[in-house]
Design a protein. Structure first.
Length: 111
């Protein structure tokens, strides 16, 4: 089973949605410093890898292929998130203007 870029995303992306949701919910958010799961529930969801023993004697070849595919998918998702953040920042900064106040002008202050 060889993973090719975007092959899974193009043909079978709907089946990957639960994994993407889990990846998002267990990733630390840059603003809150917590995972969405922890913010919502007060605890982090355990992943399947958390239940595995760290001293396995042998690993099935299919599992190794899946691990490579999973790592590639995670790396690609991380790259896409970084690109989206940069795009959104650039777009926001493009339309953002500093408020202009004249001396003696009237302003409304919210209390």
């Amino acid at each position: 089973m060889e993973y090719k870029d975007h092959e899974i995303c193009m043909h079978d992306w709907v089946t990957l949605l639960p994994e993407v949701q889990l990846a998002y919910n267990t990733s630390v958010h840059s603003v809150t410093g917590r995972t969405p799961d922890f913010s919502e529930k007060g605890w982090n969801t355990l992943l399947k890898v958390d239940y595995l023993q760290k001293t396995l004697l042998s690993v099935h070849p299919t599992a190794q292929d899946f691990q490579k595919m999973w790592k590639t998918a995670c790396d690609n998702a991380e790259k896409c998130i970084v690109e989206a953040k940069l795009y959104n920042k650039k777009r926001y900064d493009k339309s953002k203007k500093e408020p202009y106040f004249k001396e003696g002008g009237q302003v409304i202050i919210s209390t």
